[in-house]
Structures are given as structure tokens and as C-alpha cells.
Design a protein around this ligand. Structure first.
Ligand code: ATP
Ligand code: MG
Length: 419
């Protein structure tokens, strides 16, 4: 690779202040630097700080080898087999990840797991080029507080563009999850996607099917918790990716505009809750996401005696989804959906089986009910009970047993003949 000079923004030319950097990340950067190593903040942290947002995590990159990093920090653990990373632990479970500059593995390296990991270490420039998109490859140098840009990430950040580094075709073939990452960042930031970066996703979206289901589940969880799952899924739909990721559930949402139009506002509600610090559980968000599909599966159950939980569970297992959702979570989604269905029919009939309250997923179901019926969640534990009681004040189980008031009770005692 031909070496090129990076664009460098001096401290006075950019807005990142040390006050906005996590104090523990600063400690890590300074200790590396004072011991003679290069120490850069990198990735999402630099991107978000430049955009004036609070970063989710602060990743550090250095020329110190993992063993050297470990010697500098007592609270350090090395993780990973091929690429050793240092995890430096702080109070409250906070982890600052420190990676050594590395280069994209060449083909021989990529195929041979047993190759010496030392051969994968690289220069800062190589490290920038092995990253996914240009806006994620900016360095903040603790030595002089400058920003170092090898990949024109600053321009893309200013122009609102998500662009794959290098040839999008090759980079997607190497790691198809990068397509997901492109759409994620475009959705979260409201950026546009550079033409070739976008076109190659259309051409290679099926490659995602070859990725590990467990890794896809991790990716899905990041989006579910991010407060932007609605816009990420909307982009997946635009790129025709829902069927390859979510099997029959994805095909249903891809092909049925009514189902999609019902779902999108519900996801926006879940996103709003996540962004305002009242997140629903990941399981509840997935229940909402699958609800339009689950509802029609449940509605298609003809015979009243049929076990709806089993029908939905079987349908979920047979959906052909490539994302490996853990069994326990699938069971939870099924149970919650079935309780929600009971709640909806109770609203129509005015008859509710309150023994459902004893089920472990009742509270989740009550929240999901609130999202899908009212499009909001008040600060209360059981919105369904309130809504049902308001709609059906005379329903059985709703009439509160009247305790005699104090004065009536006293009167009754006085009237009682003394024995
Ligand atoms: P977030 O705000 O979600 O944390 P992020 O950009 O920091 O966004 P991470 O998943 O934390 O995303 O990854 C950290 C950095 O590692 C990225 O910014 C990117 O530079 C690099 N990276 C992550 N995944 C890949 C990948 N599949 N290919 C190349 N580089 C990657
Ligand atoms: Mg990150």
C-alpha cells in the first residue's frame, strides 16, 4: 500500500475538548503516552464527539503490544485469540478497550488461523484502512490533541456521507456484517450512503446469510438498544434485506405495506423510550417487532381448543430466520405475544381472565399492549389494567369490594346489641 500523508487538524481547528472525554479513557491515553507509546482515541468516540454527541464507549488504539499494555495497567485483562485486545476495567463495570494498531489480514493470514498474530500488527495508517467506514477511522492524538485523518473521514462527516473504506465489493465479501454497519450508521446519523457503498449492498445482501447467527444476534441487540431500531429496519426494508435476515417474518414485513406501516410507528415509540432513558427490555422490543406477524399467525388459529403458544412457538422456530435468537427469548416472545392477544380480545369482549397476572410475562405484555394500542407508555406498571377498567367499569373483577366506611362501621357497632 502506498503511504500517504494524513490530513491533520490541530487543536484549534476542531471542537473536541478533553472535558468531553471519559476521565478513565483519558487516564489510559495519558499513561500509554507517558510511557513512550502512541495513544489515540478512535472509532465511534471521535465520530460522535465531532458531531457533538455523547459517545457510547471510548476505544483506544496504540502501538504498544498487548503484553506491554498489560504491564502498564494492573486492572487489565487480555482477551481474544487471534487479535489480542486489552480490556482495562474501571469502577461500575466500565471497560476501556485498547487495541494495538493492526492491518487488514492478507488472504493467507485470513485462511490460516494458526499464523503468528504478530504479523497482523500494523501502522496507524494501516489501522485506519482496515476499519469499516471513513467516519469511523478518525484518530484523536493525546500527544497534541490533534485529529488525524487518513481516509477523508472529516469530509464525509461534514457532508453527511457513509462511505466504505476501500472497495465496497471486497470489503463486503470479506465481512458481510459491514453492510449492516453501513445501514446502521446511515440510519442513526441520518447520513446518505455513497453510491458504490450503497449499490454493492444491493448486489451482495444475500452474503449476510453466510454469517454466524450468534454474531447477527449481537448486531441486532445493538440496534434494538440504540433508540434507532425503527430507522435501521426501515433501511433494511429499503434494501430488501428483511427476508434474508428474518425469514418468513421478514418477508411478511417486506411484502405487506400495511403490516410495515403498522409496525414502524410502534418501533418509533420503543425508540423514543430508549432515547429518553426508559428503555423497554430487548425482548419486549423484539415482541413488538414480530407483533404484526405473530398477530396474523394467532388469528389464523381456527380451532378454539388449539394451544396458541405452541402454534406461535412452532411458527417462530420454522420462520427460517438466520439470526439466532436464544431459545429462552423466543419462548418469552411467544408467551408475551399470546398474553397481548388475550388482552386485545378482552378489550373487545369485556371479559378478562385476571389469573394471567400471575404469568411472569404479564408486565411485559401490559407494556407491549400499551405501545401497540395507544402508541405510548405512561409511567405506570400495568397500563392494561387501567385501560381495561376504564373501558369496562362493570366487568367482573373490576367492581371493588366496598369496605364499610369508618362512620358506617362505627354505626353498625353501636347498633349491635350488647351481648
Ligand atoms: P457505536 O457507537 O455503535 O459503538 P462504533 O463505530 O464505535 O459505533 P463499534 O462496534 O464499537 O462501533 O466498533 C468500533 C470500531 O471498530 C468502529 O468504529 C470501526 O472503526 C471498527 N469496526 C467495527 N466493526 C468493524 C468491521 N466489521 N470491519 C471493520 N472495522 C470495524
Ligand atoms: Mg463503539
Amino acid at each position: 500500500m502506498e503511504s500517504r500523508e494524513p490530513v491533520v487538524l490541530k487543536r484549534a481547528e476542531h471542537p473536541i475538548s478533553r472535558r468531553d472525554i471519559d476521565p478513565d479513557a483519558l487516564k489510559v491515553l495519558y499513561r500509554l503516552y507517558r510511557n513512550g507509546f502512541k495513544a489515540y482515541l478512535v472509532g465511534g468516540a471521535v465520530r460522535d464527539l465531532l458531531l457533538g454527541k455523547r459517545p457510547k464507549d471510548f476505544d483506544v488504539v496504540t502501538d504498544a503490544r498487548p503484553g506491554q499494555v498489560k504491564k502498564l495497567f494492573a486492572n487489565c485483562m487480555l482477551i481474544g485469540r487471534r487479535f489480542r485486545l486489552a480490556h482495562i476495567r474501571f469502577k461500575g463495570g466500565k471497560i476501556i478497550e485498547v487495541a494495538t494498531f493492526r492491518k487488514e489480514p492478507d488472504e493467507e493470514c485470513a485462511e490460516n488461523e494458526s499464523i503468528d498474530p504478530n504479523t497482523s500488527f500494523g501502522t496507524p495508517e494501516q489501522d485506519a484502512f482496515r476499519r469499516d467506514i471513513t467516519i469511523n477511522a478518525l484518530f484523536y492524538d493525546i500527544a497534541d490533541f490533534s485529529i488525524i485523518d487518513y481516509v477523508n473521514g472529516l469530509d464525509d462527516l461534514n457532508n453527511g456521507i457513509v462511505r466504505m473504506i476501500g472497495s465496497p465489493h471486497d470489503r463486503y465479501v470479506e465481512d458481510p456484517v459491514r453492510m449492516w454497519r453501513v445501514l446502521r450508521h446511515a440510519a442513526r446519523l441520518g447520513f446518505s450512503i455513497e453510491e458504490e457503498t450503497s449499490r454493492e449492498i444491493m448486489l451482495h445482501r444475500e452474503l449476510l446469510c453466510s454469517c454466524s447467527g450468534a454474531r447477527m444476534y449481537e448486531e441486532l441487540n445493538k440496534d434494538v438498544a440504540s433508540g434507532h431500531v425503527g430507522s435501521v429496519l426501515a433501511l433494511f426494508r429499503e434494501y430488501g434485506m428483511l427476508p434474508s435476515l428474518f425469514g418468513k417474518i421478514g418477508s411478511f414485513l417486506q411484502e405487506d405495506p400495511a403490516a410495515w406501516n403498522t409496525l414502524l410507528p410502534l418501533l418509533k415509540v420503543a425508540d423514543e423510550l430508549a432515547r429518553t432513558g426508559r428503555p423497554l427490555s430487548n425482548e419486549s422490543v423484539l415482541t413488538i417487532m414480530f407483533w404484526p406477524w405473530a398477530e396474523q399467525v394467532l388469528q389464523a388459529v381456527a380451532s378454539p381448543g388449539e394451544d396458541k403458544i405452541k402454534v406461535l412457538q412452532d411458527a417462530l422456530f420454522d420462520s427460517g430466520m438466520i439470526i439466532t435468537i436464544p431459545k429462552a427469548m423466543k419462548a418469552g416472545i411467544t408467551q408475551t405475544s399470546c398474553i397481548v392477544e388475550r388482552m386485545l380480545s378482552a378489550m373487545q369482549s369485556g371479559r378478562m381472565k385476571w389469573s394471567l397476572k400471575k404469568r411472569s410475562r404479564y408486565t411485559d405484555a401490559s407494556m407491549v399492549f400499551s405501545v401497540i394500542t395507544t402508541g405510548r407508555v405512561e409511567k405506570e406498571k400495568d397500563p392494561f389494567s387501567r385501560v381495561f377498567r376504564e373501558a369496562h367499569p362493570e366487568a367482573r373483577g373490576n367492581r371493588k369490594k366496598r369496605r364499610p366506611s369508618r362512620s358506617r362501621w362505627r354505626k353498625r357497632r353501636e347498633e349491635k346489641p350488647a351481648s
